[in-house]
Design a protein around this ligand. Sequence first.
Ligand SMILES: *[C@@H]1O[C@H](CO)[C@@H](O)[C@H](O)[C@H]1NC(C)=O
Ligand SMILES: *[C@@H]1O[C@H](CO)[C@@H](O)[C@H](O)[C@H]1NC(C)=O
Ligand SMILES: *[C@@H]1O[C@H](CO)[C@@H](O)[C@H](O)[C@H]1NC(C)=O
Length: 421
Amino acid sequence: MPQPKPLLLLTISLCLSVSLSPCTLATASYSGKPLVTAVTKDPATSLYTSPLKDSRPLVLDLSGPLIWSTCERSHPTLECHHHECAHAHSFHPPNCPHSGYGVADEEDRFRCKCTAHPYNPFTGKSARGDLTRVRLSANATDGKNPLYPVSFSAVASCAPASLLAKLPAGAAGVAGLANTRLALPAQVARTQKVSKKFVLCLPRTGDGVAIFGGGPFFLLSPSQLGDLTSTLTYTQFLIKKNNPAYHLPVKGIAVNKAQVQFPGHALANGGIVLGTRVPYTELRSDVYRPLVDAFDKALGRDDAKVPAVAPFELCYDSNKLGPTRIGFLVPDIVLMLEGGKNWTFSGSNSMVDVDNFRKACFAFVEMKAEKGGYGGAPAVVIGGFQMENHVLQFDLEKQQLGFAKLLFFTSCGNFNFTRSL
Ligand SMILES: *[C@@H]1O[C@H](CO)[C@@H](O)[C@H](O)[C@H]1NC(C)=O
Ligand SMILES: *[C@@H]1O[C@H](CO)[C@@H](O)[C@H](O)[C@H]1NC(C)=O
Ligand SMILES: *[C@@H]1O[C@H](CO)[C@@H](O)[C@H](O)[C@H]1NC(C)=O
């Protein structure tokens, strides 16, 4: 093949003559289009789903290392020595017996058929299923509208129907969004030739949006906000061995600008994880108690307190607290991240309406002891309610999280899902 060589030489000489930066730009430019999908909050479970599999929803799991779903009786299987089989075994679910990479194929017993361990994080159950290929679908996007439908093949694990227990009705499985080779973001990046990034905008109501492949990202709003990925604050992820979840380097938590005192190294011990598996932020008891007490004190509204509604501990009479259009005016909860970056949760992400809007409760809850997941219990799991109506960009190439709270006049439900021609 003599043909490509002159071209290559030409490219090299062009690059050399135009300095280095155009070359690095050229290698980092991706030829494909990002994919957009709607994200819906299931009212019964508070889990978020996207219609990725033949329009059937898959549950989005930020900490999930795999995609899994139920399979047809006849489906392709990958062999044990396939490199994807090794990747499927990189993270082992908790409390799941090790059983090797695969089993003998029923049809050809000289063939070793790769099996994976799909895990239902909501029930804590795992199973064994064939590693297969499934077709997923979404729409290409320019960041403003869907452009045209796209269907692509992804490596996924089969799972028995019993593993769907406690998932939203109609869900066909789980789409892991962790930073692993077999999670959805990396598979979209490989098949669509887009960058290994995704934007998540979780809705409180209506259809939120996820864009795989980076930005830009626009929402409809009365004022022109432009590309929302250009407004983000960035913080590095902490990489943990044997744990695919997104960990943040937290220095402290402040309530109304006063840093909360925790016993020992409570925050550092386990750290902070982002998790769509829990509806409200969960705090380990050694972190929960000081935070709740600090909030209660800083708010200082014993006069407005009403009997609590489980799982919450602090509830107030909504009328006495005075809701505003930007949420209740209550003390800010500030996650103080490495590098002086602050992630602030104000009333709209810290107080939840309960009892038909009669009560407003502090939406942080105490972690149940058995919640382990991959690796020991984190100090804090930032739950769905706290992440809603934020633009979150997970950049798996730079290993960083970009975050910004949406302004009150727009919401994650304002993506324009009308296809533009
Ligand atoms: C693609 O976009 C169209 C128009 O919004 C929508 O009807 C369709 O459901 C989308 N397809 C997928 C797979 O999300
Ligand atoms: C972050 O929050 C803390 C506590 O409220 C505050 O002391 C600090 O000045 C904030 N940093 C920035 C950069 O806003
Ligand atoms: C949504 O997008 C469509 C297609 O580009 C456009 O015609 C329509 O005006 C947009 N809707 C709004 C409210 O801007």
